[in-house]
Structures are given as structure tokens and as C-alpha cells.
Design a protein around this ligand. Structure first.
Ligand code: ZN
Ligand code: ZN
Length: 168
């Protein structure tokens, strides 16, 4: 399993998150860190002044396919949304190839890096087939910083067992 972390209009935060991820991820995957790519212009919605996470995921899927990565996770510095929500911290397709995380709203009081790590682990869990989990687990759904800060940075036993069963 080759996973690439791709900074989109990258910041140093994306790089710091990348260095921390292998320490928190329980399986022996190879993580690569790509050079920062510009945000695709077509993902920008001028009315909302935000970027469409679905368009970014399509772009990141192409990056995976053309570089032989199994999965790609973009870490964007801009504000992202998906159609039914005013914003998202991250978006992934279940069992999909690509996911995107935004650090735009993770700033403020608290640890941005820690929040970013949780978001990347959460979206990676979705890419590996994990659904939302009600345990104190990184796969618990969170849409506010408070919920994000209150959940664990680890996969719970149940999710870990599912992940291990999929270790390809
Ligand atoms: Zn989720
Ligand atoms: Zn769980």
C-alpha cells in the first residue's frame, strides 16, 4: 500500500503532519510526501469563495493514478466544502482512492498539527473502508473543533481489527 500526502497550496503544516502520521498509523504502510501542487482553478466556487472537495478529490485521484500510488490524501490550506455542508474539515470516499483535508479551519486555540493528524487518519480510515464509529476513536464523526479535540487520535480496537483484516 503506497500512500501519498500531497500539499495543495502547501504550508509548513502539511509537512509537519506528514512527519507525524507514520507514528500514529498502526499498519506498516509506506507514506510519501509530494511537492506542493497548486490548487486546481476549476475547484474554486466564486459565489461561495470556497473550494469544492469533490473536484479536489478527482484531481488527487489523477495524481495517484499517474504516480502509481494506492491512495492520495491532499492537505489543503484553503477553505473546502462539499455540496450539502457549509464547510468540511475533510472529505473521502469510502474505499476510494483519494481524500482531501483542509487545515483552514483547524487554526485558533489548540494544536493545529494534532487536529490535522486526526483529520488525515480519519479520512485515511474511510479510504480503507472504515465507517463512522461511536467509540472514542479517530473515526468518530466531528464537525466542530470541540468534537475534533475531544476524540481520540487513535483507532479504537474494533476499527483497528477491521484495518488489520485489510492490510494488503
Ligand atoms: Zn468521516
Ligand atoms: Zn472506532
Amino acid at each position: 500500500m503506497r500512500i501519498a500526502i500531497v500539499p495543495l497550496a502547501g504550508t509548513r503544516i502539511a509537512e509537519q503532519i506528514f512527519f507525524e502520521i507514520p507514528g500514529y498509523f498502526p499498519l506498516d504502510f509506506k507514506f510519501s510526501y509530494l511537492d506542493s501542487l497548486p490548487i486546481p482553478v476549476k475547484s474554486f466556487n466564486p459565489e461561495r469563495k470556497q473550494y469544492d472537495s469533490t473536484v479536489l478529490m478527482e484531481f488527487l485521484k489523477d495524481v495517484a493514478d499517474s504516480n502509481n500510488f494506492t491512495k492520495t490524501i491532499g492537505v489543503a490550506s484553503v477553505d473546502i466544502y462539499c455540496k450539502n455542508s457549509s464547510f468540511v474539515f475533510g472529505h473521502a470516499e469510502l474505499n476510494g482512492t483519494s481524500a482531501v483535508v483542509s487545515v483552514y479551519r483547524l487554526d485558533g486555540d489548540g494544536n493545529v498539527i494534532n487536529r490535522g493528524i486526526k483529520e488525515v487518519l480519519h479520512e485515511l480510515g474511510h479510504l480503507l473502508g472504515l465507517k463512522h464509529c461511536n467509540n472514542n476513536c479517530v473515526m468518530r464523526f466531528s464537525e466542530t473543533l470541540e468534537q475534533l479535540d475531544n476524540k481520540s487520535i487513535n483507532y479504537c480496537k474494533r476499527c483497528l481489527k477491521i484495518l488489520k483484516s485489510k492490510n494488503i
